[in-house]
Design a protein around this ligand. Structure first.
Ligand SMILES: Nc1ncnc2c1ncn2[C@@H]1O[C@H](COP(=O)(O)OP(=O)(O)OP(=O)(O)O)[C@@H](O)[C@H]1O
Length: 333
């Protein structure tokens, strides 16, 4: 698929309209980056699998954009690697054919959407017909001749996505693509990204600071806080709290004794209105503890609706301002 040398200006690279793409696995290993005393990204590692939409989540200042910039070769890491099937972005023979990215959306306001895309086609050596193909793909065919300066925010997001798709890349990296979209736009984006991943086998990485914004779009999540990995796994794992992140509700005639037993084990339990709320545990663990203490239970269930709460718990206290500065100990890790 990839050529043997980087394209030069004037080269025309044929782009087959593929139903599926060659799978590309993105791997980040031991990535770190500091800005003065702020450790923006710290020993970060995760994998993004082909054929999935992965949410790259974390509160403002968690290090998402810095990570994406290092992934895309726009910034040099202090240490660690970020690779596409084993190769860093800067070593890819035809990077735009492997990775399409939307980090920020800036357009020449007087240029039409189609012209904007054609400028990119010329620079990258893609046939100009690609501009029309991607306009159709993102649903902008009718607006292609209009000035991009007159586009709505949702149309600008679509045009940015079209730009990223010009090289028919196996990987799409999108920084906060749902930002400012109306519910209809978010629904369209959701279907489109899932189609690109599930039907065409692309690797899609979408950053957001809101889990609720991407909850129904992503298959997997990589959650970061203060530049570090907080959680990596499927949405099912996150929802079920199978990895210990869940909240369990318990009713019992001996609720105070159960709370004491759990707290003695170091498990956080809050008693309110005859119900015990147990954080960071599973129904199996709470049931086992109650059984061992001979405590009768009347109700024991996992609270599965609190996804946003789980996310908040996982990332609380890890805003940018809580980011630890580089210490000698961390620097040697
Ligand atoms: N060029 C820079 N110079 C100095 N500090 C920076 C620079 N870029 C990022 N930072 C700092 O690094 C930390 C991580 O920022 P980053 O933008 O990567 O986070 P983010 O998760 O993308 O946040 P947001 O969602 O707000 O964009 C923050 O403390 C930020 O202030």
């Amino acid at each position: 698929m990839a050529g043997t040398r980087a394209p030069r200006r004037g080269d025309i690279i044929s782009i087959a309209s593929t139903a599926t793409v060659d799978p590309v696995r993105v791997e980040v290993r031991g990535l770190s980056k500091s800005f003065g005393q702020v450790r923006a990204v710290s020993d970060l590692g995760f994998t993004v699998e082909p054929g999935t939409v992965t949410g790259f989540l974390g509160p403002n200042g968690a290090g998402k954009t810095t990570t994406l910039r290092m992934l895309l070769g726009l910034m040099q890491p202090d240490s660690g690697t970020a690779t596409f099937n084993g190769a860093p972005y800067t070593a890819l023979p035809t990077p735009l054919r492997t990775v399409g990215a939307v980090l920020e959306t800036a357009f020449h306001p007087a240029r039409s959407g189609r012209n904007h895309l054609r400028v990119y086609c010329r620079a990258a050596g893609f046939p100009l017909s690609r501009a029309d193909e991607v306009l159709v793909q993102v649903g902008l065919a009718d607006a292609g001749n209009r000035r991009a300066g007159g586009y709505s925010l949702g149309m600008r997001q679509r045009l940015a996505l079209a730009t990223a798709l010009l090289g028919d890349p196996g990987v799409l990296v999108l920084d906060e693509p749902a930002n400012g979209l109306d519910p209809e736009g978010i629904q369209w984006l959701r279907g489109f990204l899932r189609h690109l991943a599930h039907d065409q086998g692309r690797t899609v990485l979408v950053s957001s600071h809101l889990l609720s914004e991407v909850e129904q779009t992503v298959d997997r999540v990589v959650i970061v806080g203060a530049g570090r990995l907080v959680r990596e796994g499927s949405m099912e794992q996150l929802r079920s709290g199978a990895d210990g992140a869940g909240t369990v509700l318990v009713r019992s005639p001996e609720i105070t004794r159960l709370a004491d037993v759990l707290r003695a084990d170091g498990v956080a339990a809050v008693q309110e209105d005859g119900t015990l709320t147990v954080h960071g545990s599973t129904p199996a663990d709470v049931g086992r503890t109650a059984f061992a203490a001979g405590i009768e239970l009347h109700e024991l269930r996992s609270r599965t609706s609190g996804l946003e709460e789980i996310y908040f718990q996982l990332t609380s206290g890890s805003e940018q301002f809580a980011a630890p500065s580089t210490t000698g100990q961390e620097a040697t890790r």
